[in-house]
Design a protein around this ligand. Structure first.
Ligand SMILES: [Zn+2]
Ligand SMILES: [Zn+2]
Length: 70
């Protein structure tokens, strides 16, 4: 039996899988965003990636990316 990477206790029936790295953890230890469960690490990573993605979308929509960047 594996243990939860967040709290270190053995996993029982109430476990979920992290959508990012597929690690198993307790449902109450996981972060739930947009219907998916994430471990703490992936949650942080996901938030960072979402911000970057938004910035990229803004840049693409506005077409204000200077050519110097590329
Ligand atoms: Zn746990
Ligand atoms: Zn993860």
């Amino acid at each position: 039996m594996s243990v939860c990477p967040v709290c270190g206790k053995p996993l029982e029936a109430r476990k979920v899988k992290c959508f990012g790295c597929a690690v198993e953890l307790h449902r109450e230890c996981a972060k739930k965003t947009m219907g998916k469960f994430y471990c703490r690490r992936c949650y942080r990573e996901g938030k960072r990636r979402a911000r970057l993605e938004r910035m990229r979308q803004w840049g693409g929509m506005g077409k204000k990316v200077p050519h110097k960047l590329w």
